[in-house]
Design a protein around this ligand. Structure first.
Ligand code: VGL
Ligand code: ZN
Length: 207
């Protein structure tokens, strides 16, 4: 069976949000169309405590974009985003949620960031997503959402490592692009790791 994984379609990652991905809202109609083609849909939600170690504001003398060592893992520092229970952490009002079977929250441990929907960046914390998919006989995953060069990419890479046949829907994701070319570099990395890069029109009728 196949599953759709919708990554972090939250207010803070869409225009007007604290960590807005340019045109991040433009993939919403595409994702909603794709959802019609899936019987098994799950989502991830970036869900940080206010004292999270990935926030530049929690490290005196550091600014957004600086790199630090966070408990042994290299960490880029972000603006305060997706704080638990805040508006920014809510899902975008236009994303359809009616068919979602479950939401997997990540980034809840202040000591480590979590880009992948499966594991924390130190690979110790486990959201339970892999076990959940496997216990529901899912063998193939299709990943979309935000952001292509962080949470989507690491969800794809972990999906492959967990043994799923893994597809990235390339027009249903957008990148932060801290550096120009980060989107293309991420596509290449996912492809080389074994992901299939597919387009939404291979899954559903174009809009
Ligand atoms: C993300 C940076 C920090 C993402 C989450 O969803 O791609 N990026 N937290
Ligand atoms: Zn985050």
């Amino acid at each position: 069976m196949r599953a759709l994984i919708i990554v972090d379609m939250q207010n803070d990652f869409t225009p007007g949000g604290a960590l807005a991905v340019e045109d991040g809202d433009q993939i919403i109609p595409i994702i909603n169309r794709i959802q019609d083609e899936f019987d098994f849909i799950v989502a991830t939600q970036d869900w940080h405590p206010a004292d999270h170690g990935s926030f530049a504001a929690n490290h005196s003398g550091k600014k957004i974009g600086d790199f630090i060592d966070l408990n042994g893992v290299q960490q880029i520092l972000w603006p305060i985003h997706c704080v638990q229970e805040s508006f920014g952490a809510d899902f975008h009002p236009d994303i359809e949620m009616g068919k979602w079977k479950a939401v997997f929250q990540k980034g809840t441990n202040p000591k480590v960031d979590s880009y992948s929907g499966f594991f924390d960046n130190n690979r110790q914390g486990d959201t339970g997503l892999s076990t959940y998919l496997k216990s529901n006989k899912i063998s193939e995953i299709f990943v979309c959402g935000l952001a292509a060069d962080y949470c989507v990419k690491f969800t794809v890479l972990d999906g492959i490592m967990e043994g799923f046949k893994t597809n990235l829907i390339k027009d249903a994701t957008k990148a932060v692009n801290l550096k120009p070319g980060d989107f293309e570099a991420s596509l290449k990395e996912m492809k080389e790791a074994g992901a299939s890069i597919v387009s939404s029109n291979e899954i559903c009728e174009p809009l």
